[in-house]
Write a new protein. Structure first.
Length: 194
């Protein structure tokens, strides 16, 4: 049976048909540090996971989500950096082939709610991956898309954007989130800065 296309997913989404949302792990959950395994086969089960990840990402709301963040340790990333949330992209087994330049951009993360910090990353990248139909592709990216791809691939490798920060700042963020989680705080209502 052929996999539904991204356009079909977007049309289903606009019609209000939803798939079940996945639970996002929060830092410092140790599962966020696991390395994801390569995907061997893009089948209906994988397409279903991709749909669930997209629905979860849009609902959060976010612009990228790695399978590691929903406690599924396979090399799958979904991204949509469009303002209209109508251009979903899937990267299965993504690999950065080339990176050039260095730039800084403020980053946040669905697994580290309420925290935004400036991170240095490559300005331009070339990535190879497999799409949701099982087709290999290569893509050159810069700007926000480049940063998002690098951020999500880091998740697949057990790395978080706070790892680019000083140990002191990272420790303050970890302690604050641990306290909020322990106290039962609503993580959707966190202030922008720790």
């Amino acid at each position: 049976m052929p996999c539904p296309s991204l356009l079909e997913f977007c049309n289903r989404n606009r019609l209000g048909l939803t798939v079940s949302l996945l639970d996002i792990l929060y830092y410092p959950d140790s599962q966020l540090r696991r390395n994801a395994a390569p995907v061997d086969n893009v089948d209906g089960k994988m397409v279903s996971l991709i749909d669930q990840m997209l629905e979860t990402m849009y609902a959060a709301p976010g612009i990228g989500l790695a399978a590691t963040q929903v406690n599924i340790h396979q090399r799958v990333v979904v991204i949509d950096v469009s303002e209209e949330n109508d251009t979903p992209m899937t990267f299965i087994n993504p690999e950065i082939l080339l990176s050039e330049g260095v730039g800084e951009m403020q980053e946040g993360c669905l697994s580290i709610p309420g925290v935004y910090e400036t991170v240095k990353r490559s300005e331009q990248i070339k990535v190879a991956a497999i799409d949701r139909e099982g087709n290999p592709f290569e893509l050159e990216a810069d700007g926000l898309l480049s940063v998002c791809i690098q951020h999500e691939i880091d998740h697949l490798n057990g790395k978080l954007f706070v790892d680019y920060l000083s140990p002191l700042k990272r420790n303050r963020i970890r302690k604050r989130l641990e306290r909020w989680i322990r106290d039962g705080a609503d993580l959707d209502e966190l202030p922008d800065r720790p």
